[in-house]
Design a protein around this ligand. Structure first.
Ligand code: MN
Length: 327
C-alpha cells in the first residue's frame, strides 16, 4: 500500500485515515439537484481513487445522508429574520457538526461531500470543536475558496438563502438565541475572523463588502489573482494564517470558471482555471496543516452537458487536497 503523501501532517494523529461524510442536502438554497452530488462524485470513482491510488484508509458509512428524519415539514419552518428554511438548515448542520466531530476527534482527516454551502456551518463547527479539544484550545483556520463570500447576515442577505450566510454564523458575526435556529452554535464551534482567508471572490454583495472591510477580513479576489498570479496569492493567504494553525479548506466548485464547472447553482464568469483550483488545493496539502475539506455546490442536474465536467473537476480538487501530485 502506498502512503497518501510524503508530507508530514502536523495536526493529524491518523494521517492515513480519512473520514468521509456524504451530505445530500440542498435546503440552503432554492435549486434542486445539489443533493445528488455526493452520489455522483462517488459513482465517478472518487473514493476508490483515494483508497487505491493515494492509499487512504477510507472510513465511510456508505450512506448519503439526507436527514429526512430531522427536517421539519415546510409549514413548520416559516421564514425567520428573512432566512428561508431556517429550522431545516439548523437541524441538518447541527447533526452534521456532530458527525464531522466524531471523525475529527480521532485525529482523522475529514472529507465532506455536499450539498450546498450552508453545510459548512456543520462541518467547520465540528472541526473547530475537535481541534480545540485535541490541541489544547488551538484555533482553526479556514480557507474559503469561492466566487462568493457567503458572509451575509440574515439582515444583509438579498435572497434569504442560508448558503450565502455560513461564514457569518461560523464567525459569530450573525447570532441567534433560538436553539432550533443556530442557537446550538457555541463558542467552541466558532472561528476567528483573523484566521479566515478567501480566495477567488468575484461576486460579493454590497453588505458583504462592508462586513469584510469593517472586520479586516483577508480576501483575495480574482483581481488579486490577475495582478499577482495564483502562486503569490496562495503564498500570501498561507502567510496570513501562519504555519502553526490547522486548516479547514471549504471549496465551492463555483470558484472555478464555468468553463470548468458549469453545473453549479450560482455560476459566475471570470473564475479560476482548473489548474489554479488544483494548485490551491495542492499548496494547502503541502503545508502539512490541512485537517478537513468540504467539496460543495456541484449540481449534476443543472447543465446536462456540463455535469460530467463539473464532477471531474470536483474529484480533481479533492485528490489534489489529499496529496495527489502531477509527478
Ligand atoms: Mn459558497
Amino acid at each position: 500500500m502506498t502512503s497518501p503523501s510524503t508530507i508530514h501532517q502536523r495536526f493529524l494523529s491518523k494521517p492515513n485515515e480519512l473520514g468521509v461524510v456524504a451530505v445530500g442536502f440542498s435546503g440552503g438554497q432554492c435549486k434542486p439537484g445539489v443533493e445528488a452530488a455526493p452520489s455522483a462524485l462517488i459513482a465517478s470513482g472518487l473514493l476508490d481513487q483515494l483508497r487505491d491510488d493515494l492509499g487512504y484508509d477510507v472510513h465511510y458509512d456508505s450512506k448519503v445522508h439526507n436527514y429526512t428524519d430531522i427536517i421539519p415539514a415546510p409549514d413548520q419552518d416559516p421564514e425567520f429574520r428573512g432566512m428561508k428554511k431556517p429550522r431545516a438548515v439548523s437541524a441538518v448542520t447541527e447533526r452534521l457538526s456532530q458527525q464531522v466531530y466524531e471523525h475529527a476527534k480521532e485525529g482523522k482527516f475529514v472529507l465532506t461531500l455536499g450539498g450546498d454551502h450552508s453545510i459548512a456551518i456543520g462541518t467547520i463547527s465540528g472541526t473547530a470543536k475537535a481541534i480545540r479539544e485535541r490541541m489544547g484550545g488551538r484555533e482553526l483556520a479556514v480557507i474559503w475558496v469561492d466566487a462568493h463570500a457567503d458572509i451575509n447576515t440574515p439582515e444583509t442577505s438579498p435572497s434569504g438563502n442560508i448558503h450565502g450566510m455560513p461564514v457569518a454564523f461560523l464567525t459569530g458575526l450573525a447570532k441567534e438565541e433560538r436553539k432550533d435556529i443556530f442557537g446550538w452554535l457555541q463558542k467552541e464551534h466558532l472561528v476567528s475572523v483573523n484566521k479566515l482567508v478567501y480566495i477567488g471572490l468575484r461576486d460579493v454583495d454590497r453588505g458583504e463588502k462592508k462586513i469584510l472591510r469593517e472586520n479586516g477580513i483577508k480576501a483575495f479576489s480574482m483581481h488579486d489573482i490577475d495582478k499577482h498570479g495564483i502562486g503569490r496569492v496562495v503564498e500570501m493567504a498561507l502567510a496570513h494564517i501562519g504555519n502553526d494553525t490547522p486548516i479547514h479548506l471549504s471549496f465551492d466548485v463555483d470558484a472555478l470558471d464555468p468553463m470548468w464547472a458549469p453545473s453549479t447553482g450560482t455560476p459566475v464568469r471570470g473564475g479560476l482555471t482548473l489548474r489554479e483550483g488544483d494548485y490551491i488545493a495542492e499548496c494547502v496539502h503541502q503545508t502539512g496543516n490541512l485537517v478537513a475539506m468540504d467539496m460543495v455546490e456541484v449540481n449534476p442536474s443543472l447543465e446536462v452537458g456540463g455535469a460530467t465536467e463539473t464532477i471531474r473537476t470536483g474529484c480533481s480538487l479533492v485528490r489534489s487536497a489529499l496529496g495527489d501530485t502531477l509527478l
